[in-house]
Design a protein around this ligand. Structure first.
Ligand SMILES: [Zn+2]
Ligand SMILES: [Zn+2]
Length: 142
């Protein structure tokens, strides 16, 4: 089960632990802390990284890499399609954001209400045939 709003208010650290990993299982991780700034992104880097029109991100203050593959490979910029790393689609680091970004679909349980996007980045670059995520300009759920 996921951390509830009540658990968050009480600062229940254990309830905020989540696990996830890549498709082949080499990269596994455990996150700690509350889910921060869940959002979608349709920038060109995310589209190419994910092989998808939009990616679904959320930040966590602490991420421990627990699988046999260790940390994912970190690319400063997208190096080209021929070198796309299969196991690198789980996370992102932005120099101006303290949390580690986790691709929400890499989490084992994506059902948490605190993971619903509150923002859509690069909305102007999104494909025209996919409707925008509703109410993504709201900062709080409820
Ligand atoms: Zn993998
Ligand atoms: Zn992006």
């Amino acid at each position: 089960m996921n951390a509830t709003a009540a658990a968050d208010a009480q600062g229940d650290e254990a309830a905020q632990e989540r696990t996830g990993g890549c498709l082949c299982g080499r990269i596994r991780f455990t996150t700690e802390g509350p889910a921060t700034f869940p959002h979608t992104c349709a920038c060109r880097d995310c589209q190419k990284l994910g092989g998808t029109p939009v990616m679904w991100w959320v930040g966590f203050a602490t991420v421990s890499w627990t699988g046999e593959g260790g940390e994912p490979t970190w690319y400063e910029t997208f190096p080209g399609e021929a070198k796309r790393g299969f196991c690198s689609r789980v996370a992102a680091i932005d120099s101006d954001i303290p949390e580690i970004g986790i691709n929400v679909t890499a989490l084992d349980d994506t059902s948490g209400p605190d993971l619903v996007p509150i923002h859509a980045s690069f909305r102007d670059n999104a494909v025209h045939w996919l409707p925008p995520v509703p109410e993504t300009e709201h900062n709080t759920a409820g």
